[in-house]
Write a protein of this length. Structure first.
Length: 187
């Protein structure tokens, strides 16, 4: 058991029978009354974000977690299959655990956060940006650039994103994997 002075961003704790990660925290010392720590916690099982306030001397249960690099292999009926690159150990993960799963492409390196004691996968972190080839999009019309006009485009994984009208089939684009949004064209 630790106390609230050890709270920092990214710390994983057991709270209300679930594993939460600290998204942000603020130590508050009001002029009157005891100090406290105001936090935003994200559930690693459901993804739900909650706000919680702890008294400064409150005991918290820190969960030991491990981050391991895995390579995405393929999807089947059991879920998405990943392989650890050093031991060649494979793990299958359900689609609901992966945010923006349609952006996974074969060979992509990701990080899986495991509960160290139980060896249970908690979350999957894709790289912040990835490069994809546009496989289908309607041609843009010349002169339609007065404002920030976008059009739908299908990328090589089958996901559909919005891109500027100057993007054509065969172009490579950089995509933010957290928001599934276009960032820039890659030469």
């Amino acid at each position: 058991m630790a106390n609230t002075s050890e709270i920092k961003n990214g710390l994983c704790i057991n709270f209300k029978n679930d594993v939460y990660s600290v998204v942000e925290f603020l130590h508050v010392k009001p002029g009157k009354g005891p100090a406290f720590v105001r936090t935003k916690l994200k559930s690693l099982t459901s993804g739900k974000v909650i706000s919680e306030t702890f008294p400064s001397s409150h005991k918290i249960d820190i969960v030991r977690v491990e981050r391991r690099k895995y390579q995405y292999l393929y999807k089947d009926d059991a879920g998405f299959n990943f392989m650890e690159t050093e031991t060649y150990e494979q793990v299958s993960i359900d689609e609901k655990m992966i945010e923006n799963a349609k952006l996974l492409k074969e060979g992509m390196m990701i990080e899986i956060l495991f509960h160290a004691a139980d060896e249970i996968p908690l979350t999957i972190d894709m790289p912040q940006y990835a490069i994809y080839e546009v496989t289908y999009t309607e041609p843009g019309l010349r002169g339609d650039t007065a404002t920030n006009v976008t059009k739908p485009a299908t990328i090589e994984t089958g996901a559909e994103i919005r891109v500027p009208i100057f993007i054509n089939e065969g172009d490579k684009v950089k995509v933010d994997t957290k928001t599934a949004s276009y960032v820039e064209r890659v030469k």
